[in-house]
Design a protein around this ligand. Structure first.
Ligand code: SAH
Length: 350
């Protein structure tokens, strides 16, 4: 698909053709990554953050938010829960928190590896190369970091530089790959000021970065962010070219991701299920093959409020039972083991 064709597909409104595209995402998913749905246990380690991202509710400027950082013992308990529920991967995510030191994370990785024997994914933002290398050496397998948008001026507007240093997530993603990580990225859908042209470019960039994992989800406005104040103006500026942040449009984008990168792992994201009560199923039916159930201790979950209404405040074991039923209802099965992407397996020979 060339750029114009991507734009045309993104602008599609005909319900029959949209349905076809969603089904096509599902078909390509089945053909390339099969019917297994992999579950990744998510631990939100800390909501401290030095950044002031215009979209994110835990940005440093949100002084109303009570901050927390999990202890090693809490991480160990989370890893045990992941093991008990049969999850082959634990994902440790956080704000950009330098209180999560290199050593603290090395030890956290060793704890999770020791408890689960499974894969460890990190999503800790833009950290320096020494840290990223040390964490890979300590056993971390994967790193997730979305580039958020491929439009540089839009990116600068919503993701301001830190200490005057230009943020270059795309360059960092390439470095992560060179270090041996299985690498994931992705973008937000429906950022105020984001156009169809931008989104087509976002899709192309996924392909250029040759990713192993791709996470995308609708932008959800958080009242205590810079974007909440400027959204109306940016929408006006983009006019008819503004892309929506709806569930339907996110699913169309997801199906296109699957068509472009057939053998990557693609989660059905929590953001999608936040704006659509059946978002998880819908995502799994348009090309997704991964779900990331939240295993963060209940007392911290509502504090990791990157957007309002994050639909994951349910107890982990109850949620797991519900997921099992949902997955069986779709005629799919639970993935076993770490669930590396076929793309990564080919590259790394595992
Ligand atoms: N500090 C890490 C983890 C951020 S949270 C990092 O920056 O990589 C993970 C993802 O949540 C972000 O990459 C972003 O795409 C998404 N996110 C943040 N705020 C959001 C919002 N308001 N609506 C939807 N998704 C959001």
């Amino acid at each position: 698909m060339n750029h114009d064709e991507l734009v045309r597909r993104l602008k599609e409104e005909d319900p029959v053709r949209l349905r076809w595209l969603h089904d096509e995402g599902d078909r390509v998913r089945r053909e390339h990554v099969g019917d297994e749905v992999y579950l990744r246990g998510l631990l939100e380690l800390s909501n401290y953050c030095v950044r002031r991202c215009g979209y994110c509710g835990i940005n440093a400027g949100n002084s109303e938010l009570r901050r927390y950082r999990m202890t090693h013992e809490e991480i160990r308990a989370g890893a045990r829960l992941a093991k008990e529920l049969g999850y082959g991967t634990v994902v440790m995510q956080a704000g950009e928190d330098f209180g999560l030191t290199r050593e603290f994370i090395c030890e956290a990785i060793r704890i999770v590896k020791g408890e689960t024997g499974g894969a460890v994914t990190l999503s800790l933002g833009e950290r320096n190369e020494d840290e990223l290398l040390a964490w890979h050496e300590a056993g971390a397998d994967r790193y997730l970091m979305r580039f958020e948008t491929s439009n540089r001026p839009l990116y600068d507007r919503i993701h301001p530089p830190l200490r005057g240093e230009r943020s270059d997530r795309q360059a960092l993603l390439i470095k992560l790959r060179e270090m041996g990580y299985e690498v994931g990225s992705g973008f937000l859908v429906g950022i105020p000021g984001q156009t169809y042209d931008d989104l087509a470019r976002d899709l192309e960039l996924l392909k250029e970065l040759d990713l192993d994992m791709v996470g995308i989800g609708p932008y959800i406005m958080h009242p205590r962010t810079a974007l909440a104040e400027t959204a109306a103006r940016f929408h006006r500026e983009a006019g008819a070219q503004q892309v929506p942040n709806t569930s339907e449009f996110s699913l169309t984008t997801l199906a296109l991701v699957r068509l472009l990168l057939p053998d990557t792992n693609i989660p059905s994201t929590t953001a999608l299920s936040t704006i659509d009560s059946h978002g998880r199923e819908h995502g799994l039916s348009c090309g997704a093959n991964v779900i990331m159930p939240n295993l963060t201790p209940p007392e911290y979950r509502e504090l990791y409020e990157i957007y309002p209404g994050k639909s994951c405040l349910q107890e982990a074991k109850d949620f797991h039972l519900q997921l099992e039923l949902m997955i069986a209802g779709l005629g799919r099965s639970l993935g076993k083991g770490p669930g590396h992407s076929p793309r990564f397996r080919k590259r790394a020979g595992v």
